[in-house]
Design a protein around this ligand. Structure first.
Ligand code: PRP
Ligand code: URA
Length: 212
């Protein structure tokens, strides 16, 4: 990827293993959703690595201990509907205090441009960290537009996570929002003529919600 593009693949054996089953067309809806949640949770572990801590103390059964907690950082998960919803539960297991906003977008089948149909986020805290979530970064149109909408509302700190990214989407996203860190579980080969990611996993929303 180009220098200056804040894109990284989270490369971990557990993620690579689970992604194999996610990609497999024979994996059924229930297992697919469980695996998507598990990979999202594993990714969240890495994505939150730079979250700030504040010092505190607790009494253990033996003595006072100097400890740390995440403090007043407002973490907001923003799944892009529909498919982004499939990753939220896994991340919430790690960060149960996270709030959840929603951005409803779908790709117009003919133009491939994103069409917005819903937008709702919590009131912004000064000390916020938004994590935008979508399993697929294909042309990049949906993620770029979702960030445009968040920025328009005054959101300053955004990270974007996806399961599978196409090089075309990474390039477009980095051109549009070069300051935003993008995390993926895999960088695939390319898009096909219908802008599906190859080899990819198929249609993420259809596989999660059984609308195939
Ligand atoms: C899929 C996916 C992304 C988008 C990626 O959603 O979940 O939101 O396509 O493509 P892009 O990078 O080319 O914009 P889709 O539009 O199929 O909607 P759905 O989640 O409701 O199925
Ligand atoms: N959306 C999907 O669900 N899959 C793709 O491969 C591309 C966009």
């Amino acid at each position: 990827m180009d220098k200056g593009c804040k894109f990284q693949v989270i490369n971990h054996p557990l993620i690579r293993h689970k992604l194999t089953y996610i990609r497999n067309r024979l994996t059924g809806k229930k297992e697919f959703k469980e695996l998507v949640d598990e990979v999202a949770m594993l990714m969240a572990f890495e994505i939150t690595r730079d979250f700030p801590l504040v010092k505190t103390t607790v009494e253990t059964p033996l003595m006072k201990a100097d400890c740390e907690v995440m403090g007043d950082l407002q973490v907001v998960l923003v799944p892009i509907l529909r498919a982004g919803i499939g990753m939220v539960d896994g991340i919430m297991r790690l960060i149960p205090s996270a709030r959840v906003g929603h951005v409803g977008l779908f790709r117009d089948h003919d133009t491939l441009k994103p069409v917005t149909y819903y937008f709702k986020i919590p009131p912004l805290a000064e000390n916020h960290q938004f994590i935008l979530i979508d399993p697929m970064l294909a042309t990049g149109g949906s993620a770029i537009e979702a960030v445009n909408l968040l920025k328009r509302e005054g959101v300053k700190n955004i990270k974007f996570m996806c399961l599978i990214a196409a090089p075309e989407g990474v390039r477009a996203f980095c051109d549009a929002h070069p300051e935003i860190e993008v995390y993926a579980a895999a960088l695939d080969e390319k898009l096909n003529d219908k802008a599906y990611i190859l080899p990819g996993l198929g249609d993420a929303g259809d596989r999660l919600f059984g609308t195939v």
